[in-house]
Design a protein around this ligand. Structure first.
Ligand code: C5P
Length: 310
């Protein structure tokens, strides 16, 4: 038997970073939003655990135990008390190390795919606990849609978000390391960048009500003006060309633009499909981006596309 699962990329529409915790993570207040770029994972029974990768930038994805799909299969097998004998084939559509949770999507997809392959009836809560052990963004990649994230990103609550929302994604050459971007953020905040101050004592780390109401009302103009990412300046400091990309997107008519998560992908919100095609063409011709994609959100979480009997 084989099982194929699709999992979506994410954008953080809002990302506020709280203090560095003793476990090396930061508390967050974020709004995750799944978009229609996706990876696909097919798993089938095999004697040994193996991984093959195809698709865009496949050569940049680690094939060993650092790969989140491999770690997901091993974690689930351990939980079920069985051998992780499975052949995993991963088709990449999400930029690698692009700040769009590509690795986390693969982990979420592998959990769902292996659970189906191994006929494991895991309660949802337990699946989400395993997902959180694999990475802060993995629980969101399981559920998709639009959601508030707290804790290190693993504590989720659904958000009412009308849609569709139209996005143009500017893909960069090369990735950025998430820990390095957080470290740069900490450095900038410690050096007294007032914009990045930590929430005061008793001040909640929260998402602005105006942004949630723009999402609920389906108002792209308002949402565009409220997009925010605390990590953006750190990502731009490490990759100054991103400043030009953001400028090019806004000059090209975007309603708002933002670095995705820890970057370097940039996401631009536009009003409709025609505006997306126009902006995509302008960005592609700007010389500042490796590639451009149009996407819509909210997209689904990790879901089974096909099961075949072997
Ligand atoms: O959870 P994940 O493995 O995706 O996190 C990768 C790295 O990103 C962490 O090791 C940490 O440096 C940083 N991170 C953080 N605070 C978060 C999420 C991630 O500092 N809430």
């Amino acid at each position: 038997m084989s099982v194929t699962v699709q999992a979506s990329a994410k954008i953080n529409l809002y990302l506020r970073v709280g203090p560095l915790r003793s476990d090396g993570y930061h508390d967050l207040a974020t709004v995750f939003h799944a978009v229609s770029l996706h990876d696909e994972i097919t798993v089938e029974e095999s004697e040994h655990l193996s991984l093959e990768i195809c698709g865009e930038q496949a050569e940049k994805v680690p094939l060993d135990g650092d790969n989140l799909a491999v770690r997901a299969a091993m974690l689930l097998a351990r939980r079920l008390g069985r051998e992780p004998g499975v052949r995993i084939v991963l088709r990449k559509g999400i930029p690698v190390a692009g700040g769009m949770a590509g690795g986390s999507a693969d982990a979420a997809a592998t959990l769902i795919a292996c659970a189906a392959l191994w006929h494991a009836e895991l309660p949802h809560d337990e699946l989400m606990t395993l997902a959180a052990q694999l990475g802060s963004d993995v629980p969101f990649c399981v559920v998709g849609g639009t959601a508030l994230g707290h804790g290190r990103g693993e504590r989720l609550a659904p958000v009412l978000a009308a849609g569709p929302w139209y996005w143009v994604l500017a893909l960069a050459d090369g990735g950025l390391s998430t820990p390095q971007v957080y470290a740069e953020f900490d450095r900038r905040r410690a050096s007294g960048d007032g914009e990045l101050r930590e929430p005061g004592d008793g001040e909640p780390l929260d998402v602005p009500a105006a942004l949630l109401s723009a999402l609920r009302d389906g108002d792209p103009k308002r949402l565009g003006s409220l997009l925010h990412n605390d990590l953006q300046d750190a990502a731009v400091a490490l990759r100054p060309a991103l400043g030009r990309v953001l400028e090019a997107g806004l000059d090209g008519g975007a309603l708002g633009g933002i670095v995705c998560g820890s970057g370097p992908t940039c996401a631009f919100l536009v009003s409709d499909q025609d505006a997306a095609v126009d902006l995509a063409a302008r960005l592609a011709g700007s010389g500042w981006v490796r590639a451009v994609r149009c996407a819509t959100g909210p997209a689904a979480g990790a879901r089974i596309l096909a099961r075949t009997a072997g």
